[in-house]
Design a protein around this ligand. Structure first.
Ligand code: NAP
Length: 254
């Protein structure tokens, strides 16, 4: 397919590379910052533009990978007639594209994507569209770059997006807090890597509820109190420690 990539950030870069590798032709990259648009265009061997008025008119598919808030105002800049267009935002309804094309939908990569990571990760794609033909087309494009393609409606996707925030963004934030805590106490955070890896590996085989460990589920009140005492001068981390310990105890009824 001839594809226009709108956006030059993490998702535009990773999906652009995957689409090109799958044999699609990237016919244009749109980016509001010319120097950044040029960088991605070079990688994808495509021309670039930085003005909405120069957007390619005859591509088969327009992939819109811009910040969520920009999607609301897209109709101020572009009119794609009935060209197939999809956005990549997990928490934004597809109707946001209704006024720019008669054939619109979603192409949501359920993965944490960063353009500076060299290896392209396996990326499940969630698709949705406003009509059967568009859904078939989006599914086919998604299947050309991923073995894991699922159709979900707006409401289901919002729930999945929330769950994705819990498993990825929140756990990563806990890693960042743990790293900072280690640095403050002259410890090497990397010593925790095998533990971190084992926790992630285990849930491939078991429900996370079945494999919970730690002082909270054991109701080990002495250890819990020792940890809370250690955090007496770190109110934000103490709060998180208490809230999560309470949640574990509540969830497991201990
Ligand atoms: N990263 C992920 O892991 C991930 C995963 C799934 C879905 N998503 C979704 O994919 C979308 C893009 O995310 P991302 O991570 O690729 O974001 P990003 O790296 O921050 O890139 C955002 C892109 O939007 C452009 N942009 C921002 N404001 C603009 C405006 N007013 N006009 C035109 N372009 C504008 C930026 O251009 P400048 O560089 O010029 O600012 C940049 O090209 C979001 O909806 C996000 O929710 C992200």
């Amino acid at each position: 397919m001839d594809i226009v990539i709108i956006g030059t950030g993490n998702v535009a870069t990773v999906l652009g590379r995957k689409l090109k590798a799958a044999g699609h032709r990237i016919v244009q990259v749109f980016g509001r910052t010319p120097i950044v648009a040029n960088e991605l265009a070079l990688i994808l061997e495509a021309p670039y533009c930085s003005s909405w008025s120069q957007l390619h008119k005859n591509a088969d598919f327009y992939l819109v990978a811009v910040s969520d808030d920009v999607l609301q105002n897209l109709s101020d800049y572009i009119d794609l007639d009935n060209k197939l267009v999809a956005h990549t935002a997990g928490a934004v309804p597809i109707k946001v594209l209704k006024s720019i094309s008669g054939n619109y939908g979603l192409f949501y990569p359920l993965q944490s994507l960063r353009k500076d990571v060299k290896d392209l990760p396996t990326t499940p794609i969630i698709v949705e569209a406003n009509n059967t033909k568009s859904l078939e087309q989006l599914t086919a494009i998604a299947q050309s770059i991923s073995p894991l393609v699922t159709e979900l409606n707006d409401a289901q996707r919002l729930h999945l997006h929330l769950a994705a925030v819990l498993v990825s963004n929140f756990t990563n934030h806990l890693y960042a807090l743990a790293e900072e805590y280690c640095i403050q106490h002259n410890l090497n955070f990397k010593k925790l890597h095998p533990l971190l890896q084992e926790t992630a590996n285990r849930i491939q085989l078991y429900s996370p509820a079945e494999v919970q460990t730690g002082p909270a589920i054991r109701n080990d009140t002495t250890t819990l109190q020792k940890h809370i005492d250690l955090l007496k001068d770190n109110e934000p981390l103490k709060h998180i420690y208490e809230v999560l310990s309470k949640s574990i105890r509540h969830f497991h009824k201990v």
